[in-house]
Design a protein around this ligand. Structure first.
Ligand code: AMP
Ligand code: MN
Length: 223
């Protein structure tokens, strides 16, 4: 087991820890962008209330429910559908990075994040998207919208690289990258290239932010 990783049983043995479960729902697809770029797989993520990208899920209480039942409960709120999650869907558990602890957390309430992966049929994924935007109680509140992860690279270098350069909650970006490799959804060489390009985009984004910042400064001084 990789360092920092815990088995499901080891993680559950920490009764003083807080636990959060998230899932990557995905399917294969034959559809193509612009009728020529294969989309290959649909992977669902979401724009969260805090402006960060993440996977659906949330806090669970192992003293009252299984991890999987807790995750299903969270999914019903965020996606508006009942999705059974099985122990077999568990991918990994690890301590959340220190930055995702609230300032009031004591060391005894360390957060453990459990990650699940569930492959579905394309029609089921489309149904989840429809329900998430209509019947889900969290829509417009904790969840601002579901998004698909672009796995392709356009001629201009857009697609996966640009997606990966956004801001993610906790270790969600690593969970995504790890799943893409483990499930063979993207070749390692392709992911490496996309991440190299993401780092360049990041530099450009910082410059772009400086321009927006300067603009705001100028406006602020006028009033
Ligand atoms: P949520 O209710 O979905 O916000 O998740 C509960 C907690 O888990 C929050 O405190 C987040 O900081 C944390 N969290 C959410 N998604 C992830 C993730 N992918 N990796 C690590 N921590 C996460
Ligand atoms: Mn959540």
């Amino acid at each position: 087991m990789a360092s920092g990783q815990l088995s499901r049983a080891e993680a559950l043995a920490c009764s003083g820890c807080r636990h959060a479960c998230h899932v990557m729902l995905y399917c294969d697809t034959k559809s193509q962008l612009f009728g020529r770029l294969p989309i290959r797989h649909i992977i669902l993520m979401q724009m969260r209330f805090d402006g960060l990208l993440g996977f659906p899920g949330g806090f669970v209480k192992p003293s009252e429910e299984t991890l999987e039942a807790g995750l299903s409960r969270e999914l019903l709120e965020e996606l508006g559908v009942t999705l059974p999650i099985l122990v077999e869907d568990h991918a990994d558990s690890c301590y959340a990075p220190a930055s995702s602890h609230s300032s009031s957390s004591s060391p005894s309430s360390r957060l453990i994040t459990h990650f699940y992966v569930k492959k579905m049929e394309e029609e089921q994924i489309r149904e989840v998207e429809r329900a998430a935007a209509s019947t889900a109680t969290d829509h417009g509140q904790e969840v601002l919208g579901m998004v698909r992860v672009p796995l392709y690279t356009t001629k201009g270098g857009g697609g996966l690289a640009a997606f990966l350069s956004h801001s993610f909650i906790g270790n969600a970006r690593s969970q995504l990258a790890d799943s893409l490799l483990r499930l063979n959804l993207v070749a390692p060489e392709e992911l490496h290239k996309a991440l190299t390009h993401s780092l360049k985009i990041h530099t450009h984004t910082a410059e772009d932010l400086q321009v927006a910042f300067a603009l705001t400064e100028a406006k602020r001084k006028r009033f």
